[in-house]
Design a protein around this ligand. Structure first.
Ligand code: SAH
Ligand code: TRP
Length: 341
């Protein structure tokens, strides 16, 4: 059996937009903040997998249900040869899509992109044996900065972002990202985006405040990452996990709240940061969508919706879109000049 896995990494020493820059930028502003991609070291990735299994965390199992129901439709609509997945993680749900594309006979290449190297390597190797003949081209990188390395597609391409990860962008960055991704699709490509939908705030808040405290552990883990990578002395247990639904923005906001006044040193940056008692550090937003908001984002990003698949309870959505066809004058013009010649 031919097994083909290749992994390229664009992170590591010399990488310009690193944890160091984000900590320096984020912890020296009046309202402290860290970008969410630093949650996912090996421990964070494991904690996230546990979140996905929690009874309160409905997005994962609902998206799996939608994929089980509609992957064959997606395969028929796209006839994709290549699946690029941004923030692929362990690609647990992705197998439904890969199988549907393999059954349709169109699938040739899978390109998982994630910041967590161990997960890319392990998942890539497993998938290559599960899908004989599939080329796996893993990319260890930041989907906001390294998508230029994708290269030409193996045929019609789907770019997928599952799990509601698109909600972790702020609105402006989200549209910029969608616009950039649109350029990678090519004329016959499609974008597949999983979005958590607006619903009863109590239901949403419960998903980020689980009774077992796994989400709290996951949230605090980002401080361990800073401690380890930049030799800082955060005391993670002295921070409370805070997650609430902001009704104006329709997003979940995740924060860490200092239990008391604290001074933290970040040795590698020669930085000292003070926290007032009860001061909060924002660690993530997770935007919730209405079909209308999604349509507006697509329109602003030169994308055209094809279909919005949902579950019977309308908890989660899986949107398929394609680039807006740009009018091309070239072909007609050439015909006229040929006739004139
Ligand atoms: N797709 C999976 C995982 C979602 S969690 C699912 O649906 O369950 C978000 C994933 O995106 C994590 O695996 C995390 O490591 C990755 N990630 C977060 N920010 C990223 C970034 N800027 N670039 C690349 N991957 C990122
Ligand atoms: N992208 C996921 C979401 O927004 C990630 C997530 C789930 C998460 N629970 C979390 C991120 C808790 C930080 C803290 O649903």
């Amino acid at each position: 059996m031919r097994v083909s896995v290749e992994v390229r990494s664009f992170l590591g020493p010399g990488d310009d937009s690193s944890l160091a820059d984000d900590v320096l930028d984020g912890l020296t502003r009046p309202f402290k903040e860290l970008p969410p991609k630093h949650f996912y070291d090996d421990i964070g990735a494991q904690l996230f997998d546990r979140i996905c299994e929690l009874p309160e965390y409905y997005p994962t199992r609902t998206e799996r249900l939608i994929l089980a129901e509609h992957s064959s439709d997606i395969a028929a609509l796209t006839r994709a040869a290549e699946l690029v997945e941004l923030g692929s993680g362990t690609a647990a749900k992705t197998r439904l899509l890969l199988s549907a594309l393999a059954d349709a006979g169109t699938l040739r290449r899978y390109v998982p992109v994630d910041v967590t190297e161990g997960v890319i390597r392990a998942t890539g190797a497993i998938l290559a044996t599960e899908y004989p003949g599939l080329d796996v081209h893993g990319i260890v990188g930041d989907f906001e900065r390294h998508l230029g390395h994708l290269g030409p597609s193996a045929g019609p391409r789907i770019v997928a972002m599952l799990g509601g990860t698109i909600g972790n962008f702020t609105p402006g960055a989200r549209r910029r990202f969608l616009r950039d991704v649109g350029r990678l699709l090519g004329p016959d490509g499609a974008l597949l985006i999983g979005v958590d939908l607006v619903k009863d705030p109590a239901r949403i808040e419960a998903a980020y405040n689980d009774a077992a405290g796994v989400t709290a552990q996951f949230n605090r883990n980002v401080l361990q990452v800073v401690n380890r990578e930049l030799r800082a002395d955060f005391e993670p247990d002295e921070f409370d996990h805070v997650a609430f639904f902001d009704r104006d923005h329709e997003w979940i906001e995740m924060r860490l709240r200092a239990r008391r006044r604290m001074t933290v040193h970040v040795a590698d940056l020669a930085l000292t940061v003070t926290f007032a008692m009860r001061e909060e550090l924002r660690t993530e937003i997770s935007a919730k969508f209405t079909p209308r908001r999604l349509a507006a984002d697509f329109a602003a990003s030169r994308l055209e919706p094809i279909e919005l698949f949902t579950d019977p309870d309308g908890l989660f959505g899986l949107a398929l879109a394609r680039p807006v066809a740009t009018p091309r004058f070239g072909a007609a013009h050439r015909r006229v000049s040929a006739a004139a010649a």
